[in-house]
Design a binder for this molecule. Structure first.
Ligand SMILES: [Zn+2]
Length: 214
């Protein structure tokens, strides 16, 4: 196990190199929304409201928004799934978020942010299984379980390469199955959101209209 892999060998550290072992932002958002909507309906008997849904979606992206720039651009972390993907960081961070939200009497926002954040992690753990790889648990215990280190000198090239690999993968038989599952996930999330009364939509469209009107 080295600590200075080149860009080309990083693909082998991401499963089978088909690019699909990276869970995409819209998939994290869909998983978070389905989980949050079901839990909200079951525990409160109500549908999610706009503010918490926005906090949920932000939370569902935060681990990647923290780790990937720090690893791919600034090279301060060994992997795009390390610090913010670790329970060592995530649990105190989410607890702090809920505590701060409580102080401002918006516990619902803190809880939604925390749910989005925590649902991101199992998504990344089980995602490689879809591509015939083993579940990835290691990052949950970073830094106690070290991540395979690499230096990525070309972050933009990496994203382009991952996306290109992903498009190529979609053309394979396994890729077609994946695409059906992906569409199913997005349709369920969208259907649930519409059923919930499209929380956040009117606030978003109001802002958009305001921005266009100047
Ligand atoms: Zn992630």
């Amino acid at each position: 196990m080295g600590t200075n892999y080149t860009a080309s060998t990083t693909e082998t550290t991401h499963g089978s190199g088909n690019g699909g072992s990276l869970m995409w932002p819209w998939e994290h958002a869909a998983v978070a929304y389905i989980g949050y909507s079901v839990v909200t309906r079951v525990t409160t008997g109500e549908t999610p409201s706009a503010g918490p849904v926005i906090a949920l979606l932000v939370g569902s992206q935060l681990p990647d928004l923290i780790d990937k720039p720090l690893a791919w651009w600034l090279q301060l972390l060994p992997s795009g799934r390390s610090l913010a993907h670790s329970l060592v960081f995530a649990l105190p961070f989410v607890t702090l978020g809920v505590w701060m939200a409580r102080r401002y009497r918006r516990t619902d926002l803190g809880v939604a942010l925390g749910v989005g954040y925590l649902l991101h992690l199992p998504g990344d753990v089980v995602y490689p299984v879809l591509f015939g790889d083993r579940p990835a648990y290691g990052f949950l215990f970073y830094p106690f379980v070290p991540r395979e280190g690499y230096v990525e000198s070309d972050a933009l090239g990496k994203i382009t390469r991952l996306f290109g690999d992903f498009l190529g993968f979609l053309g394979t038989p396994r890729g077609m199955m994946y695409l059906s599952g992906e569409l199913g996930l997005l349709v369920v999330a969208l259907w649930l959101w519409v059923w919930d009364g499209k929380p956040g939509f009117s606030a978003f469209s109001r802002r958009l209209r305001g921005a266009i009107a100047g």
